[in-house]
Ligand binder design. Sequence first.
Ligand SMILES: [Zn+2]
Length: 143
Amino acid sequence: MDAVGRNIFSVVALRKIIFSVHHLPKDMPNYWKTIKEFAGTDATIPEIQTAVQNMEFLYQEAFATDEELLQKICKESVGVVLMSYQKKCRSCGANLVTRGDRSRKLVLYTESSGTLPSLHFRKVCSKSSCNFTQHYGYYSLGE
Ligand SMILES: [Zn+2]
């Protein structure tokens, strides 16, 4: 925020700044100029530097890698969520409803992260006469 309380960084610009600070070598020529151009912000370089310093102090997690965030969500939350993006029944075309009461706890194994807790959600067809169930990566018809 600047002196009049206007937000000078868009969410996209902040995301790009965090990404660049995380991935670009600090001793690279024109480091801050490159970050400013990549972020596409009107903010000045000192404003960007101040914002990065504030974020590094107040919100260190903003600079965490995907791997670190994955470990964190697994330790502090439900783990990896396995739920299809499918919205419509493949059999009759009606909307699918997520069955939150019928989630299954699973343990996944990945080469990079080892074992990870996960939750599998099923989606069922909203039409009562249809017995379609959408799982993560496959579907079934009938009971
Ligand atoms: Zn259906």
